[in-house]
Design a protein around this ligand. Structure first.
Ligand code: SF4
Length: 304
């Protein structure tokens, strides 16, 4: 298949992990009980306008429970402890150390992924991450969402693009893998705005990229924009946008997500958001139809 991604048209993190570890590797979604500086008033209040305040469970029992369930389906699988909820470097460094090392005590946990904000990586945290990076497989996820400052203000992100650039440089200096989150469909953004964000981060020293479909969730500020001030795409339009985006991403960058999982009880729009299998199949079909693959338009130029 063109692009050399096995039976896919893009470089999925699942395939990368399988090649690297020789088995199925599954992420364990963890809520370690942290909060976020954009919620507690340190950086902002109320959080980003799309962010739901729900956590996802109790850390202590989370790892063994999840492994017990998942090992029924993948008996020889291994796991990455994914610190997912809120800002997972936003705590005293000794608390972070305890939580990260606690996760590594489980023999089938072969690595750690940490989701955080670029403005929450102080020198002590970076030292700890560097130490971990030498001991285990590690990546850090940075929630950027957009490179455009006017959108960042609108969504109440509460840090500038310069913080992201600095964080990527610092993580790269410590040879720590960086994964960037972007959202496709933020209010006020054109197709070109979104593609420019994808291309901008793809030019950085990053390991991976997550493309999130913009879901409108109950109990978020974003509901105030719905339905009049936010464009909700049709499924086909979203699929075409994802393929346009991936065509500009260099093939060495791993793709961690091309849609989004919304809790059913919270989702308002788009109503097709649950149809994950159909979205993924649609992306494969669109690549096939175009005769293209990830990176085919690597020389895409950011629009001025
Ligand atoms: S999206 Fe992330 S940074 Fe924004 S409020 Fe939610 S947890 Fe905080």
């Amino acid at each position: 298949m063109a692009g050399n991604f096995g039976d896919q048209y893009y470089n999925t993190i699942g395939d990368y992990l399988k090649k690297r570890f020789g088995c199925k590797v599954i992420k364990l979604s963890l809520d370690a009980g942290f909060t976020c500086p954009n919620r507690d008033g340190t950086k902002g209040k109320g959080g980003c306008i799309f962010c739901s305040a729900e956590g996802s469970g109790d850390f202590a029992s989370n790892i063994p429970d999840q492994i017990r369930l998942l090992s029924k389906k993948w008996p020889s699988g291994k796991y990455i402890a994914y610190f997912q909820s809120y800002t997972n470097t936003y705590a005293p460094v000794e608390v972070l150390r305890e939580k990260y090392y606690q996760a590594l005590e489980y023999p089938d946990v072969i690595g750690i992924a940490v989701a955080t904000r670029p403005d929450c990586l102080n020198p002590q945290v970076l030292d700890l991450l560097s130490e971990l990076n030498k001991k285990t497989f590690l990546w850090i996820e940075l929630g950027l969402q957009t490179i455009h400052e006017n959108t960042a203000i609108l969504i109440n992100r509460c840090y500038p693009l310069a913080d992201f650039n600095h964080a990527v440089e610092e993580l790269s200096r410590f040879r720590i893998k960086t994964v960037v989150h972007l959202i496709l469909g933020l209010p006020g953004e054109s197709r070109n705005d979104m593609l420019d964000s994808v291309r901008y981060v793809s030019d950085k020293q990053i390991f991976g990229l997550k493309l999130h479909l913009m879901n409108v969730l109950k109990n978020t500020k974003l509901t105030e924009f719905y339905p009049d001030r936010i464009h909700i795409p049709k499924k086909e339009e979203y699929i075409s946008l994802v393929v346009d985006a991936l065509e500009t991403v260099p093939p060495h960058i791993t793709i961690h997500r091309v849609t989004a999982d919304a809790p059913r009880h919270l989702l308002i729009a788009p109503e097709w958001s649950y149809e994950k299998r159909s979205i993924l199949n649609g992306i494969q079909k669109e690549f096939k139809k175009r005769g293209s693959y990830q990176g085919i338009k690597e020389s895409y130029v950011i629009q001025e």
